[in-house]
Every structure is written in C-alpha cells, then in structure tokens.
Design a protein around this ligand. Sequence first.
Ligand SMILES: Nc1ncnc2c1ncn2[C@@H]1O[C@H](COP(=O)(O)OP(=O)(O)OP(=O)(O)O)[C@@H](O)[C@H]1O
Length: 520
Amino acid sequence: MTGGLQENGFSQVLDLVLEELGLYYSQDVNGIGVLYSLLQAPWLQSLLKVGEMLRDFPSAETRELRRILRGAHFKAMLSAHDMVAQKDFEPILPPLPENIPDNEEAMRIVCLVKNKQPLGATIKRHEITGEIIVARVIHGGLADRSGLLYAGDKLVEVNGVLVEGLEPEHVIQILADSEGTIIFKVIPVGDRSICNHTMLFARAMADYWPQQDPAIPCADAGLPFQKGDILQIVDQSDSLWWQARKVSDLSRCAGLIPSNHLLKRRSMRLCRRKTQNSQSSFYSRCPTSCYHTVGAPYEEVVRYQRRPCDRHRLIILIGPSGVGVNELRKQLIDLNPLVFQSPIPHTTRQKKTYEENGREYFFVSKETFESMVYSHSFLEYGEYNGHMYGTNVESIKAVLDAGMICIVDLEPQGITGARTHELKPYIIFVKPPSKSCMRETRKNAFIITDYYVNMKFKEEDLQEIEESAKKMEAQFSQFFDQIVVNDNLQSATVQLMSIIHRAQDEPQWIPASWICSDYE
Ligand SMILES: Nc1ncnc2c1ncn2[C@@H]1O[C@H](COP(=O)(O)OP(=O)(O)OP(=O)(O)O)[C@@H](O)[C@H]1O
C-alpha cells in the first residue's frame, strides 16, 4: 500500500464515521440499540486499528482524529458500549434496611380469577401454630391449574383481609362471597412434597355421600359416588383422604373420597361396636363375621380386552325369581345354539327313560353330590322336590373350552364364588319393568313356585318380584356390569345379545386381581 492510498483510505473512514455520528446526534434515538449496532460496525473496528496506526504517523489528520476520539461524546459512546457489553443496565435497587429480622419469610401474591366454579382448595387451622394453611389442592381444580397454590402454603391475606386470628369458616365465607379476581398473600410452604399421582382405577363397593359424612374436611370438595361406579384415583398422598374422579365424568375436577385405610378403620370401629353390643369378643368374631361381610371398600380394576384366542367370559344372569332370567337364557340358546350354551347340571334325582346321562343332567348319587359340595365344585346348589341340583365349575369350563359362550342364571349369593380370574364373569342384572308393564306383558305367562307349576301371575307375585329386585340391587349392585329391563321379551333378548357380544369383544373393567392371577 502506498502513502497516498493510505491517506485516502483514512480520510474516507473518518468521513464515514463523522457522517454517521452526525446522524445520530441529530436524532432522538434509543442509545443502546443504536450504539450496539454502531460499535459492531466493521468500519469502527477498522477505525480503531487506524487510530493505533496513526499514533506512529503524526500529521494534521492524526491530530484531528485524536481530538475526535478524546471528545466527550465519543467517550460517552464508548462507555455506553461497555455497559451494554457487560449488561450493566438493570436498575440499581436501594439497599435493604438493616433491621429486617433473619426469619423474615418471602411472600407470594397469587391472583386467581374465580368464575362460577369452586376454588378447588381446602384450608385448615394448623394444630400447633394456629395459622390458616392450605390443607389440600384439588387435582384439576382452579387452584391446581394455576400452579400457584400448594398444600401447606400459609394464608396471610385474602382480598386485602388479614386472616390472622380468623376462623377457617370465616375465611371460607370471604372466599365464597368473592366473585371474579381473588388475591391471596401466602407464605409458600417450605418443603413441598411431590404429589403422588398414582393412576389407579377402583370400583366403589359402597355408596358415599360427602354431605352426610361429618368427618370429611370439606363436604363441598367431596366426590359423591354409588357402588359399582368406577373411580380414577388421582392422588393418594394423604393417608386418610384421597382424590378421585368418576371415569364416566373425567372432565370434572377431582373430589375427596375416604381412603381405603379410613374406610377399613371405620368398618372395624363399627364392627367393634356391634360385637360389644352382642357381648362377645371382638377379636374372636371380627375376622370371620363383621370384617368379612363389610369387605374392601374399593376394588382395584383394570381395563381388560379379551383376545380372540382367549376363552369367552362367563355370562351370569341375576334377577328375582319370576322376572324371566330362565326364559331369557333359553331364548338366547334357541336363537343361536352354536354360540350360546348352558352348563349341564348335576342332580341326585332318578334319570327318566328318555334322558341321557351327561345330556340333560349328570345323574350322581347323594354321596358323590355331597363330596362335590365339600370340595367346592359347585358354583351353586340347592334342593328341589327332595332332590339336589347343582351347577359345577367343570361343566362351565367344558362349555367355554368348546369355544362357546356359557350362560348361567345364578342366585346372587353365588356371585362371590364365581368371580375368579378363570371365569372372568360378566354379570347382568335382569330387572323387572314397572308393575303395570308386568301386568300387561305377563298376561299369558306362568310362574313356577315350590308348590305350584304353571300358575298365572297374581298381584302379590308382581309385588314380590318388585321388592326382591330392589333388595337385590341394594345388596349386590356393585357387582353388576349391566342391567337389562325385561319388559318386552323380544326386545330384552335382542338387547341382551348385543350386551353379551360387547362384553366379549370390547374392553371392560375387571378386578385387577383377575389379571395378576394370570401370571401366578
Ligand atoms: N318379557 C316377558 N314377557 C312375558 N313373559 C315373560 C317374560 N319374561 C319371562 N316371561 C315368562 O314369565 C314366566 C317366568 O319366567 P322364568 O321362569 O324365566 O322366571 P325366572 O326368573 O327364571 O324365575 P325362576 O327362577 O323362579 O324360574 C315364564 O312363564 C316366562 O315365559
């Protein structure tokens, strides 16, 4: 590079810089952005290099450049560049006062917008400190979705009202009266335990009405359910109160339900009270009578889909005597004997001449029958006209092994024995229609009793069918997978047929133990 060219280059660069700087001086620009891009500019880099070089070549231009570079504006620009580069532009807060106590707690301000829906959190008074704290946050509720309130958070203020010294009921009232925005001041809980969201499904084995439970921490946060309902238990972190939703209504937020442990404890207490009243020892009676009859409050269930290579599920029809269980079973078999069959029963009665052993019945001696009873071979058995009759599990398996759908009608007391992983029964309750409908549809029907065969239905028979159906439902509905009303015989049969096919081919809830047992 020649001396002339060098001089030309420098003056060009300088002209450029001055021109640009002149532009910025005349504009009211946001300094940081502009400075940043300005200082990034390749020409400025060159200029700096030029400056260094010029130190060694004193001339009029050099002196001028030195003056520019030492100018206040230029220095200010460079210092601004340094600040931007070091991100040193955040506001400087005044120092904290020196007299803050060491134990001062951080406060969180939570703003929730409450429409018509509940807040989805419960509060309680801390047993020791007396402070009002968030007792639990309901899964899927407003507070839970906000992610800002946690169980254990200390409430300081609600909508500007100090809660110190207030009763929890008073705070609840403030919350209930608030519409729209609610502002909480809370001291966040120190050790926030991670909620245990075990995804577990359970069949309720009893009804539960939170409004009638004096022990529930907040009745409005409770989830009412009826036996047979399938519940999704979303939180088991509390040993006494779980949170659950009904699978039939998963869009609703979860509610409180008593834990297994709590219900068992209650039923034990009930049991103790009963046995005390009956003057006998709790320990000697409880395991066999009371506790056994009360049973588990929830039954864990899983979704089960029968594979085409699996045996069919046993179809059990349950219903009050005279409702038409036997008739419906016969209708199904008559319609499709290659698909539907019933097991061949055992009996102690004499074989008739036209009968064949193993076709109508298995004819056995009283002794054989008794030994089968002792070895629990029968799902159910009973006496009729002085003879014993029984439905044997092996006969059921024979139908299932032949690839057919086995249908039995059972007394409800036989349900427990039939509920095994081997048979995986699907239980259908045959319900009577209204009495007026029965009167109409049973005009030409005959009822079979222990004393009479082929008697017309009387008014008291209809009454008895209705009452006995109600009792059965009250006691056993937790086991019913489906209910069919036997009004019109033809339509009830068609409905039953489609239910049975769905039971075999579509996913269903079954006890988890039936699946685990497969791998035993
Ligand atoms: N939907 C119906 N419409 C008209 N008649 C019916 C209907 N269902 C059943 N019946 C008749 O009612 C009578 C009693 O029915 P069924 O014998 O099936 O009763 P059940 O429930 O099996 O009672 P049980 O166990 O005491 O025999 C029979 O005559 C049957 O044909």
